[in-house]
Design a protein around this ligand. Structure first.
Ligand code: SF4
Ligand code: SF4
Length: 244
C-alpha cells in the first residue's frame, strides 16, 4: 500500500464517509427525516436565518437512514474518510462546514514525535471498532511502519485508545488504566460509542462515552470507523506532514 505517500486506497461505493448537508435542507420542516435518527445525531441549526440541520458525527451511526428518507436529497454521505477531530465541536457537520478535520493536537506532535504506543481498552462496545483497529496491524495496513503499535501494558503506552461507551463495569478499569499511563498521555476515543455513547447512549448501565471518565484528545467517528479513518487520525496525531 503506497498510502500515505501515494493515494489512499479506493473505498467501496457503500462506504459512508463525512456527511454533506446541502442548502436544500428544510431543517426538518419537510418531516423527511423527522425523528428517525436512532442516535439523536440530527440537530437543528439556523444558517443566516434559514432553518437547516447538522449532523453530530460523534453520535452518527452512519446508517444512512436520513439520506435515504430525505425528499430533498439534502443529506449525502461522501467518500471522505478524514473524519478525526480534536474537539467535539469539530465533529458537527452542517451546511457550509464541508472542511474536514483541522490539524490535530499540536502538543502530541511535539511530545511523541513520530511514534506512538497505544494501550487499547474495550469498554463495552460491540467489538466492531476493535476489529477495525486490529486490521491496522495486518500486513496490508501495517501501522507498525509508522512506529504505531499496541502494547500490553499501560506503563509502556503513550496513548490510551478507547472503544465502547464505557459500561458501569468498565468505568473503574478505564480510570485505573488511564492513571497507569505516564504523563504526558494522550486519550483517543474511537467510534460513536466511545465518543458519545453511540447506540447505547442513555442506557442506565453506560456512560455517555469516554470523556465522562477521562479527558479525550482525539475523536475518531464511525460505527465502526473504517481502518483508513482510524489510521488517518493516528497519523495526524503524530504529525505526518505528507497527509493532505
Ligand atoms: S446516518 Fe447518522 S444522522 Fe442519519 S439517521 Fe443514521 S445515525 Fe442519524
Ligand atoms: S461505535 Fe458502533 S461499531 Fe463501535 S462499538 Fe459502538 S456500536 Fe460497535
Amino acid at each position: 500500500m503506497k498510502y500515505p505517500a501515494g493515494p489512499a486506497p479506493v473505498l467501496p461505493d457503500r462506504f459512508a464517509g463525512r456527511p454533506v448537508i446541502s442548502p436544500t435542507c428544510t431543517g426538518g420542516a419537510c418531516a423527511g427525516c423527522g425523528d428517525l435518527c436512532p442516535s439523536g445525531a440530527l440537530q437543528p441549526q439556523m444558517i443566516e436565518g434559514k432553518a437547516s440541520l447538522r449532523i453530530d458525527t460523534g453520535k452518527c451511526l452512519f446508517c444512512r437512514a436520513c439520506e435515504n428518507a430525505c425528499p430533498n436529497a439534502a443529506v449525502k454521505f461522501s467518500g471522505e474518510y478524514r473524519l478525526a477531530a480534536a474537539s467535539r465541536e469539530d465533529l458537527l457537520v452542517g451546511s457550509g462546514s464541508e472542511a474536514f478535520a483541522p490539524a490535530l493536537v499540536e502538543r502530541a506532535r511535539k511530545v511523541f514525535g513520530r511514534s506512538l504506543k497505544l494501550r487499547q481498552v474495550s469498554a463495552g462496545g460491540c467489538n466492531a471498532c476493535e476489529a477495525d483497529c486490529n486490521v491496522l496491524g495486518t500486513p496490508a495496513w501495517d501501522m507498525g511502519r509508522f512506529g504505531i503499535s499496541f502494547v500490553a501494558s499501560p506503563r509502556h503506552a503513550d496513548a490510551l485508545l478507547i472503544t465502547g461507551p464505557v459500561t458501569a463495569n468498565m468505568r473503574l478499569a478505564l480510570l485505573k488504566t488511564y492513571q497507569a499511563l505516564a504523563e504526558p498521555r494522550i486519550v483517543i476515543a474511537v467510534g460513536a460509542c466511545a465518543i458519545s455513547g453511540g447506540a447505547y447512549a442513555g442506557h442506565d448501565e453506560v456512560c455517555g462515552g469516554a470523556s465522562e471518565v477521562v479527558p479525550v484528545d482525539l475523536f475518531i467517528p464511525g460505527c465502526p470507523p473504517h481502518p483508513l479513518t482510524i489510521l488517518d487520525g493516528l497519523l495526524r496525531l503524530i504529525g505526518r506532514g505528507d497527509l493532505a
